[in-house]
Design a binder for this molecule. Structure first.
Ligand code: ADP
Ligand code: MG
Length: 257
């Protein structure tokens, strides 16, 4: 395998839902060991773009490179988009850890079982090894004492930390976060951001969709501003947040009173 300098590279991604053209040719590079943040108004296509990376939403056109793997898709005659190689898709998805806004934990499984599900049943990791890894990850996110709890016994912030640990349990090459703190009460945002910051400091490759502008500026190496399915502006966060060139970005960054 040849080494790449990028974790994810997307080329010319297009996606429509019916007549709604949501992604209009998006290309970006997420560097290895770096944090790429994606900002933009609600409805600008951020979640769709994130989901296109692992073909949870299959692009109508465009190519996604994940490390040395390449994901392609095509449109069938009936207009639906399909991944070109389903078997490859399974393998590649395991390299991408995804954390959603609403945690998406398995409600009928306890915390430890949530972390073991993927390693045991998808990756066939021996149970003793998977359990040891899972317990280490729970310690890392500060939830060792909650391993036997069920999701509905946890706060939103705790559930999201479990979701992050669950993503890490699969040893992903890249972590994808879709507004990981938007569903949280304000007092719980900090505990989740602290975990994400720690992962950034450890040199994890991450793509972070967020409305936490201050955090995005602090933690990311590169920022993309999306508007109407296009990248309106991108660059180092210091530049993007403090000296935006686009009028739309300037408007977006204005404080909401
Ligand atoms: P964001 O995450 O930036 O708020 P989204 O990617 O969720 O934006 O949505 C962009 C647009 O795509 C919206 O108009 C939304 O209604 C539409 N959309 C997203 N997912 C679907 C879907 N599965 N089916 C139809 N329309 C969708
Ligand atoms: Mg979204």
């Amino acid at each position: 395998m040849t080494a790449t300098h990028y974790a994810v590279k997307a080329e010319n991604i297009h996606k429509s839902f019916g007549s709604n053209e949501v992604l209009r040719g998006i290309s970006f590079t997420a560097e290895q060991g770096k944090v790429l943040s994606i900002i933009g108004a609600s409805g600008s296509g951020k979640s769709t773009l994130l989901r296109c990376i692992n073909h949870l939403v299959v692009p109508d056109d465009g190519v996604v490179h994940i490390g040395t793997e390449t994901l392609r898709s095509h449109k069938r005659r009936d207009g639906t988009a399909v991944s070109s190689d389903i078997r490859q898709l399974e393998r590649i998805r395991a390299r991408l850890g995804m954390v959603f806004q609403n945690f998406n934990l398995w409600s009928h499984r306890n915390v430890l079982q949530n972390l073991l599900e993927g390693p045991l049943h998808v990756q066939q990791v021996p149970k003793a090894r998977a359990t040891e890894h899972a317990l280490g990850l729970l310690a890392k996110v500060g939830l060792s004492d909650k391993k036997d709890a069920y999701p509905n016994e946890l706060s939103g912030g705790q559930q999201q930390r479990v979701a992050i640990a669950r993503a890490l349990a699969m040893n992903p090459d890249v972590l994808l976060f879709d507004e990981p703190t938007s569903a949280l009460d304000p007092e719980m945002v900090g505990e989740v951001l602290r975990v994400i910051r720690q992962l950034a400091d450890e040199g994890r490759s991450m793509i972070l969709v967020t409305h936490e502008m201050k955090f995005a500026q602090e933690v990311s190496d590169h920022t993309i501003f999306m508007h109407n399915g296009r990248i309106e502006e991108e660059g180092p966060p210091g530049k993007l947040f403090n000296q935006p060139e686009s009028e739309r970005l300037r408007q977006f960054l204005l404080p909401a009173y």
